[in-house]
Design a protein around this ligand. Structure first.
Ligand code: ADP
Ligand code: MG
Length: 472
């Protein structure tokens, strides 16, 4: 029976995004199948509810798909004429087991540690597995994408690409920080194309999958099939997280040729990256210039109003009742990343459900306190200094020292800026706290970062990330 569940899991994994799979499916434990009942163990009631409303069909279908053959083999089902062993009206039954959560945490931790050790030990060569292409994620469409000033351009370009692929914006390069909606936009774009013409052959995959498949094809002497698939049997190539190709020379070379082949056939190419084309380290010049030859659209961290709208949209989608003051509070606390914003909302909803409490400001504040460094104690300059050192991976001695190399001078200036803007420290006082510097030095550092925060999204993100760590 375990086999049946494992095959079903593989099937489900291919259908969901890896995040959803890890969050919702992986924690499930198989219990039994008896007659028309499939029993599955889940960590709490929230899972039960969530899975019941979102994933029953996927799970049942996967079980049915793999069940019939396997079941008759494994159970020695010997009823004559009954080759299809699973009843038509298969039902899922949940067994809630609170201890399961701890067990899962434990396994995840162990796996993480094992992974870390393995990656330390490995010589950098990745295990090559041939992965199926993830299909477009049905969850992501334009209707549930909230548009604001931060993502307007990328949104408009994606809509245009979706309605006339291969024409105006080719290639389209979408860049933006982690969790800001790149994958969402690319999927939405893909859906629009499929909706208007379902014969269009769309390949949607991450650069990591492309790399893995390429390596696999090399090892297994299937390179011509690989090329055929990407160059001749593809009308639209949507490649997520292209920054993964950084430093992978051979895969870049392959991608370059794929790119050219498609481009000359007027096939639409869309790539996303978490940095601007030129900033992808160890990326070949010629690839970068290909990316820049089309449309480059960025996504910035969303403004407060957009964050509120996203929360409300998400709440509605998940049938979570979200009061305006709670939405405002959450949007004020979580600033830089939409995924985190959504995660926070879900976390609070889970908590409310478990504790049987309403989702109100009190609960939201309580939940957010947990992630603050020290909610009770006032934050001081030394907290800021420590957090900045951690964030940039530099030593306190360097932060307070006199070296002018950017690797230390930038964090130093940033720490001064946060201390001044958040704690209102005076310039001379800060000079003292930073190893006895002149107040004019502090002042010019403060001014410089104030300007950069307005002009450079990367700097703004750094500041926000640090402030969030400090719980501001
Ligand atoms: P990225 O690929 O840039 O790391 P994702 O596209 O995976 O980010 O987005 C992270 C999460 O945030 C997804 O669940 C996505 O639906 C959601 N999201 C991001 N931006 C928006 C938006 N403008 N409106 C609605 N949801 C959004
Ligand atoms: Mg993504």
């Amino acid at each position: 029976m375990e086999n049946l569940w494992e095959s079903a899991l593989r099937e489900i994994r291919g259908r969901l995004s890896s995040e959803n799979f890890e969050t919702w499916i992986e924690p499930i434990r198989f219990v039994s199948i008896e007659e028309d009942q499939v029993r599955l163990r889940v960590p709490n009631r929230f899972y039960e509810e969530w899975l019941s409303t979102h994933y029953v069909d996927v799970i049942l279908e996967a079980i049915r798909l793999h069940g019939d053959g396997l079941l008759s083999e494994q159970l020695n089902y010997e009823e004559p004429g009954n080759s299809s062993a699973l009843p038509e009206d298969l039902k899922l039954q949940w067994v809630v087991d609170e201890g399961l959560q701890r067990e899962i945490e434990h396994i995840r931790n162990t796996e993480r540690i094992a992974d870390e050790q393995a990656s330390k030990a490995s010589t950098g060569s990745k295990t090559a597995v041939q992965q199926p292409h993830a299909d477009l994620n049905p969850k992501y469409n334009f209707d549930n994408f909230v548009v604001g000033p931060s993502n307007q351009l990328a949104h408009a370009a994606s809509v245009a690409c979706g309605s006339s692929p291969g024409q105006r914006y080719n290639p389209l390069f979408i860049y933006g920080g982690v969790g800001l909606g790149k994958t969402h936009l690319v999927n939405a774009l893909g859906h629009t194309i499929t909706a208007s013409n379902n014969k269009v052959r769309i390949l949607y995959l991450s650069a990591e999958q492309f790399t893995n498949e390429f390596i696999w094809a090399l090892k297994n002497h299937r390179i011509s099939e690989f090329r055929e698939q990407y160059r001749s049997r593809c009308d639209v190539l949507l490649m997520d997280d292209i920054q993964f190709l950084a430093g992978r020379e051979q895969t870049q070379e392959e991608f370059f040729h794929t790119f050219n082949a498609l481009y000359h056939l007027d096939r639409q190419i869309v790539v996303t990256s978490d940095v601007y084309p030129q900033q992808i380290q160890e990326m070949e010049e010629r690839l970068i210039s290909r990316f820049q030859s089309g449309m480059v659209a960025d996504i910035q961290a969303p403004e407060l109003d957009t964050r509120i709208a996203i929360l409300q949209q998400k709440a509605e989608q998940e049938s979570i009742e979200l009061l305006p003051d709670v939405a405002l509070f959450l949007a004020q606390v979580v600033k830089s990343n939409v995924r985190e914003l959504e995660g926070t909302l879900i976390r609070i909803a889970v908590k409310a459900d478990l504790l049987n409490r309403p989702i109100d400001l009190e609960l939201a504040q309580e939940t957010m306190q947990v992630s603050k460094t020290s909610p009770d104690k006032a934050i001081g300059v030394d907290d800021i200094q420590r957090t900045v050192c951690d964030y940039f991976g530099i030593r306190m001695a360097d932060l307070k020292g006199r070296r002018r190399h950017r690797a230390v001078s930038f964090p130093r200036a940033l720490a001064m800026y946060v201390s001044r803007s958040r704690l209102g420290c005076s310039f001379p006082d800060l000079g003292d706290r930073f190893g006895g510097k002149d107040h004019t030095t502090v002042m010019s550092a403060y001014r410089k970062i104030s300007r950069l925060v307005k002009e450079d999204s990367k700097v703004r993100q750094d500041v926000e990330a640090i402030e969030r760590k400090l719980g501001f």
